[in-house]
Design a protein around this ligand. Sequence first.
Ligand code: NI
Length: 226
Amino acid sequence: MKRFLALMLAVVLFLLPFSVSATEDTPVIRSGSGESPKIALTFDDGPHPRQTDRILDLLAEYNIHATFFVIGQNAVYYPEPLKRAVSLGHEIGNHTFRHEGISKMSAPMLEKELADTEKVILDLTGVKVSLFRPPEGACSEAVLAAARHAEYPVILWTVDTRDWDLASTDKIVSTVESKVRGGSIVLFHDYTARTAHTLDALKILIPKLLDEGYEFVTVSELLGGE
Ligand code: NI
């Protein structure tokens, strides 16, 4: 009996650190390691038939892959640009179903937001998403619990271009130029209610950053490939 108890104790002690890290830690990621000149362009709040398509056209010109954090509801309205993004090799992440009122939601409500979005993306594209960006970068306990439940790491950003705040083309360009480093995750939007300067800024930034030796990768490539 003593031997049995000792064995059980050994098993419990062996398992404990792993179960703790699996259930209580949600990775919150703001950048890659920066050991190489890889950077990840990310686009939130789409898909949108005009704005997303124009960005996809530009990325295709340079054969660049990016990561799109999709709102489930928008994917229902506009499935075509989402399908096109997947067919062009871009990565898709979860950005909740409705995007609104996230900070007031309980963990179970957020879990449903994530599950509904995951299902829409899977049904439309066959892709099971594995990354999550909370709207506004909100990292409440409920958000982290929902991310843990869905087994998503939380992906924030290194550089906020403030395109969502209608920053000018010049301002977006100078923000990125002054802050970008190897390993950076850069936040843009492929849907904004009023016209943003995202596309014009990207037309200037992409060739500049390529000239400076940066390599554009998806978030998963940034985190796994260094
Ligand atoms: Ni958003």
